[in-house]
Design a protein around this ligand. Sequence first.
Ligand code: ZN
Length: 219
Amino acid sequence: MDHVISGVARFQQDIFPNKKDRFKKLATGQNPEVLFITCADSRIDPNLVTQTEPGDLFICRNAGNIVPPHSNQTGSMTASIEFAVAALGVSHIVICGHTDCGAIKGAINPENLDSLPHVKEWLGHCRSATETVRERHGHLDKDNLAEVTCENVLQQLQHLRTHPAVAAGLANKRITLHGWVYDIGTGQVLCYNEKTEGFEPMDEQYKALFADVQSVKEA
Ligand code: ZN
């Protein structure tokens, strides 16, 4: 814990003074463009991976980057999504899974989670992902980890679409959804491409997207 506490002192002495203007502006309000939903895993740093600054990302984190489907029961994800979309007006939502995810390992083998009853129940929200992969291959084990991780991102995007504020934003083309998987060991970020129905290196996909935008502009 020592390095965490000394880090605060270093932030106040060395970092804050250099970004004083930005923090002064942020002191009275935020206007993030992106709602970033990812796993609570300590190895993920959303601002580091995306090279963004305080104020850029509205971040929601939990074990497994899960979005429970909308219901009339209030939960922290539901409230945070509603606030980000309906109050802050974010125009992009990223769900970012990652390699070696402990939550996804748990979802694949829920029988190992009897001593963690809340984790077990929470990971029930991944069942559509595990069952999809199980049906595809006729079995499900640790070798399917990467595939379930990708499938989970897609299933949580599906859950996200059931939230009224998100559904309204999508219907009115005010919001764009993004499904990502971050590879902790390589720094690679894979991104779901709706056209090819696969996860592809981000630079390729966004290059293509940018080319589309360019050709529209040029037309
Ligand atoms: Zn994780």
